[in-house]
Design a protein around this ligand. Structure first.
Ligand code: T3D
Length: 263
């Protein structure tokens, strides 16, 4: 029997997969789901877990419909949405942001509210053609949260970000890809295989370099050019000392595929 009620968590060949599993509510984020996500993400990121990539997807026809509004409205147990965010959303989203491995989201259906924020926490977002993205917050009189006001303008620019946030309209996956909001759209039937193949490839990649890449790009949003050059140099020093860097160069010289170990 699974340890989790609201999600399915698997680890196979270095790839951890979290499948949000409350399909009747389009995988809306309940209090229980937040706690279980935190546990799963921590387990994936724990030293010695052997995990080298994380994929997040949803069961059923939705990816994630944002906060579970059937738990008595917003605000969780305190009735204060601000406290609820700080206490139970931020730990999950920060844990994801701090992971030293690549993260993929396979968006199988609607990604709304904090569910859209969750989709965008990934390094690579792949969506099914029938999926759509919705800044649902304004439709219930709230402001975007869980990182949407940070991530969305950086991905699509302020004009499109503010229109999405203020109009609360559905943006189809194809349009999201055209805007640069996500990386790729695939036919619904191909989503799982496409995303899993990509995630498995990342799980066999030079993990430390991949980790530096995600943290460098995240840091670039707050750095000036000169600081970012410095950050690159520090990261390159660390990456250049890894077994995977040595193996990558050796494999190139020997004209064979590199066998990265994540060390
Ligand atoms: O304290 C705090 O919580 C602050 C944090 C806030 C973060 C947020 O995410 S705020 C935004 C919360 N999310 C929403 O407002 C989205 C609400 N849902 C929708 O707008 C629509 O359901 C969708 C556009 C996502 C999908 O529409 P549609 O027509 O495809 O499906 P539906 O029929 O509306 O929903 C299907 C079922 O899922 C339905 O249940 P039923 O009638 O079959 O028993 C519906 O009630 C349920 N569902 C959908 N979204 C949620 C939900 N149940 C609970 N919470 C939801 N967010």
């Amino acid at each position: 029997m699974s340890r989790f009620e609201t999600l399915i968590f698997t680890i196979e060949d270095g790839l951890a997969t979290i499948t949000l599993n409350q399909p009747d509510k389009l995988n809306a984020i309940s209090t229980k789901m937040k706690a279980e996500m935190l546990t799963a993400v921590r387990e994936a990121g724990a030293p010695g877990s052997g995990v080298r990539a994380l994929m997040i997807t949803g069961a059923g026809r939705g990816f994630c419909a944002g906060a579970d509004l059937s738990e008595g409205g917003v605000g969780g147990t305190t009735g204060d949405p601000g406290a609820n965010l700080v206490d139970s959303y931020h730990p999950v989203f920060l844990e994801l942001a701090h992971l030293d491995m690549p993260v993929i989201t396979a968006v199988n259906g609607v990604a709304a509210g904090a569910g859209m924020s969750l989709a965008l926490t990934a390094d690579i977002v792949i969506a099914a053609r029938s999926a759509f993205f919705l800044q649902a917050f304004v439709n219930i009189g709230l402001v975007p949260d869980a990182g949407s006001t940070y991530l969305l303008p950086r991905l699509v620019g302020e004009a499109r970000a503010k229109a999405m946030m203020m109009l609360g309209e559905r943006i189809p996956a194809e349009q999201a890809a055209d805007w640069g909001l996500i990386y790729q759209v695939v036919d619904d039937a191909a989503l799982t295989e496409t995303a899993t193949t990509m995630a498995q490839r990342l799980a066999k990649g030079p993990t430390r370099a991949l980790s530096h890449i995600r943290h460098l790009v995240a840091a670039s949003a707050g750095n000036g050019y000169e600081s970012q050059l410095q950050a690159e140099a520090l990261a390159q020093r660390a990456a250049g000392r890894t077994d995977d860097s040595r193996e990558g160069v050796q494999a190139f010289l020997e004209k064979r595929p590199a066998a990265f170990t994540g060390t």
